[in-house]
Write a protein that binds this ligand. Structure first.
Ligand SMILES: Nc1ncnc2c1ncn2[C@@H]1O[C@H](COP(=O)(O)OP(=O)(O)OP(=O)(O)O)[C@@H](O)[C@H]1O
Ligand SMILES: [Mg+2]
Length: 313
């Protein structure tokens, strides 16, 4: 593969509100064709960053480009190639589903005939076909979320930016949303999505960025991030299973973050995989015969908690 084909370039963006710094010198490139996940605890600055990228808020300093277009000086052109699904619904309650699509289509200068054709496909993709002539205000919560997404797709954006799109969706609708996002991505759309669902981030995203208090903490593939944390969660079963007598000794070993007794035996979190050898030695010297060892990598949830902790800042 050649040099990375950047579609989003963020260069030293900061955004302050009075004294408060919501974004602190954020720089990031996103490659064309990726599904990119933006994670971080409440108030991390995710929506602020999205607002800057979607021309809804000017950065205090720094610049950002989408497809080479400056989000501040080329606002009109940027808006024509991005679709934005904001955290709050942006459609009109008093219009029907189809009227909303027509409205957003004309806003983006899409020809009436194309609006018709695309509306049909988009409603099908988002399972809203039978609600086409219903007033938006009468839709269920999850349907409103899907309409919010539909409105962002009518002009066939190159980049789709979604701020927590799966909040309030039932598990089936959420899976359908993932399928929709994957399908759009297959068709060439670059996706930037924020979410608090770690499973969603893990399953959907090619790359993930974790933010905290306006700063980038870590960026990489979900696999990279799990490896970065390095912790392993070990479950050991042994006979005779005199576990309580052993936890103190195991806990003092280097590379052991914690050792507790659970229904299956000992649950040990290692910060260093090499420590497992010493754990086994310690148990054997304590008269235990090990019958089972299970070793699990941390989940993305462990990674999130690890990086979202205060100690990192
Ligand atoms: N218009 C504003 N005026 C003042 N402060 C703001 C404004 N917009 C955002 N902030 C502050 O900036 C910080 C980041 O907010 P932001 O909405 O970007 O967080 P977030 O990562 O999207 O959080 P969440 O997961 O809760 O949606 C917060 O402390 C917020 O209060
Ligand atoms: Mg937000």
């Amino acid at each position: 593969m050649g040099a990375m084909d950047k579609i989003i370039e963020i260069q030293n963006i900061s955004r302050t509100f009075g004294e408060f710094k919501a974004l602190n010198d954020v720089s990031l490139d996103i490659e064309k064709g990726t599904i990119f996940g933006l994670l971080g605890p409440n108030g991390a600055g995710k929506s602020t960053l999205i607002n800057v990228l979607s021309c809804q808020m000017r950065p205090t300093t720094g610049s950002a480009f989408i497809s080479g277009l400056d989000v501040v000086t080329d606002k009109k052109d940027v808006l024509s190639i991005i679709g934005v699904v904001p955290q709050e619904n942006s459609f009109y309650d008093e219009l029907t589903v189809t009227e909303n699509l027509r409205y957003f289509g004309s806003l983006y200068g899409v020809a009436v005939i194309d609006i018709k054709k695309r509306s049909h496909r988009i409603l099908e993709m988002l399972q809203l076909t039978e609600k086409g002539s219903s007033r938006a205000s009468t839709l269920s919560g999850g349907m409103k979320t899907r309409l919010n997404i539909a409105c962002a797709l009518i002009h066939k954006p190159e980049v789709l930016i979604l701020d927590e799109p799966s909040v309030g969706l039932d598990p089936v609708s959420r899976k359908a949303l993932w399928d929709t996002i994957r399908e759009l991505n297959r068709q060439g759309t670059t996706i930037l999505i924020t979410t608090h669902y770690m499973e969603e981030a893990d399953l959907l995203c090619d790359r993930i960025l974790i933010m905290h208090r306006g700063n980038i903490v870590v960026e990489g593939t979900p696999e990279d991030l799990k490896n970065t944390v390095g912790d392993r969660v070990i479950q050991i079963t042994s006979t005779p299973g005199d576990y309580n007598a052993l936890t103190d000794r195991v806990n003092t070993l280097e590379g052991v973050a914690s050792c507790t007794v659970n229904e299956n035996g000992l649950k040990i979190t290692l910060t260093n995989e090499q420590a497992l050898e010493h754990v086994i030695e310690t148990l054997e010297m304590g008269g235990e015969h090990i019958t089972n060892i299970e070793s699990n990598r941390p989940s993305l949830e462990n990674v999130f908690i690890h990086f979202a902790q205060e100690e990192w800042h």
